[in-house]
Design a protein around this ligand. Sequence first.
Ligand code: GTP
Ligand code: MG
Length: 301
Amino acid sequence: MASWIDALVRTRRNIANAFGRILVRSDGPDVESLEDLEDILIGADIAPRLAAEWVEKLAHAPRGHANARKALIRKMLLGHLDHGPAFEWRSDGRPRSILLVGVNGSGKTTTAARLAKNAAMCGLTPLLAATDTFRAAGADQLRLWGERIGCDVVAGASGADAAAVAYDALEAAIARKADTLIVDTAGRMHTQAPLLQELQKISRSLSKRMEGAPHETWIVLDAALGQNALSQAKLFNDAVPLTGAVVTKLDGSSKGGFIFSIRRELGIPVLWAGLGEGADDLALFNAEEYVDALLETGEKA
Ligand SMILES: Nc1nc2c(ncn2[C@@H]2O[C@H](COP(=O)(O)OP(=O)(O)OP(=O)(O)O)[C@@H](O)[C@H]2O)c(=O)[nH]1
Ligand SMILES: [Mg+2]
């Protein structure tokens, strides 16, 4: 599996050094280092308000040993990632369903497959649902993944009603005693109201077949979009209440700092992170590994 340290190389660029400069002088940071740090943080797509807040805090931080200040920086960053317990697969005799939504190309299909693989590795029996009936290739892509990772895929014919496919897939998951149903959906822009309504229909159709379904509705956010992904997510959240976020393509993005804003702006936890393109490159989100990779210390508190 790709590592956090490797994946965050572009977001981290300069961050660790800029924080490092804050630690050098025992009489406290100079104004220039603080200004540089603020620019660099904003460059990594950390919200300007948050970057200013951190710089202000550091300007007034108690002097003292560099290690103590390093610990303070780490704690300050982690404080914005209060994400609660990590996601855990559960098996309670009924399939739990997870609906994946997001804009075109954000990584939904790849994420669906990687989640299924992860669930299987944890001893569960997953089933994949391909409701992307807009394009024939949409279902084919998931079928290929299914073959690759050894997971069954329920798909509708091209042009079929996505909500009906989702219903049938849940029906199949119940019949086959699958533990989890992962529902891939077609990409759609957050501005396309009729397409957001279709998501509501898919969600309703799952709940018609099983009360409480979908148990999770996760938005898949492309880290390359940074803060822009948040405004998109808000409109999705208005249509189908989101319960978590998957951040993909952290590798290769220089805007991974937007993760600090997700809880504050959307009120949902980041549960998973895509650290590479491979079948195993989806990691449970780990705030400590994320922060340590940004600060490139690799140390645990
Ligand atoms: N480097 C990297 N690439 C990723 C990651 N996740 C997805 N991708 C790539 O992003 C591209 C789009 O992924 P898809 O899973 O097809 O995205 P989608 O959201 O299903 O796209 P639509 O169905 O067209 O909306 C593919 O080339 C994936 O390999 C990741 O974490 N890292
Ligand atoms: Mg797709």
